[in-house]
Design a protein around this ligand. Structure first.
Ligand SMILES: Nc1ncnc2c1ncn2[C@@H]1O[C@H](COP(=O)(O)OP(=O)(O)O)[C@@H](O)[C@H]1O
Ligand SMILES: [Mg+2]
Length: 137
């Protein structure tokens, strides 16, 4: 049976009177890979920004794993398993790869950032994704 991972119901989002999303409803089932195609200005980025909690919709509902989520925020979205990969990434060139990857969630040791643990975590994530990558610390 298909299980809904993300259900979007009647979502409206306007910017200064311009309706970017005009009551959009979509369902994504678990295990599905969906491509969203639309011309420039169609509202794709706005939709993703609503789903990962960057924009509050004017109205409508989000249901994640069957539960309605009120007032979604990026932190809440992440806790519920939603990740976003941006079209235009901004890296911090003065920081390491590990710091760039986990900047929002650095491990701490006695109140201080644990850089060593973070580097190891990053290395493990890279090896899981592609075993032949070995990151230099
Ligand atoms: N931050 C914003 N402020 C004002 N208008 C916006 C903003 N973001 C998007 N829009 C407008 O909303 C509409 C949808 O844009 P967008 O979601 O970026 O489309 P797409 O990603 O499909 O190209 C466009 O008319 C765009 O100009
Ligand atoms: Mg876009």
């Amino acid at each position: 049976m298909n299980q809904s991972a993300l259900r979007i119901r009647n979502v409206v989002k306007s910017f200064d009177g311009i309706k970017a999303l005009k009551g959009l409803s979509l369902n994504f089932n678990k295990g599905e890979i969906i491509g969203l195609v639309g011309s420039n200005g169609a509202g794709k980025s706005t939709l993703l920004n609503v789903v990962w909690g960057a924009y509050a919709p004017d109205s409508g509902e989000l249901h994640i794993n069957g539960q309605q989520v009120d007032k979604i925020t990026p932190t809440k979205a992440q806790e519920l398993g939603i990740s976003i990969i941006f079209q235009h990434r901004r890296l911090m060139p003065y920081m390491t790869v590990a710091e760039n990857i986990f900047i929002d969630n650095m491990p701490k040791l006695r109140g201080m950032v644990d850089y060593k643990k973070n580097a190891l975590r990053c290395q493990r994530a890279a090896e899981d994704a592609q075993p032949r990558y070995r990151l230099q610390q």
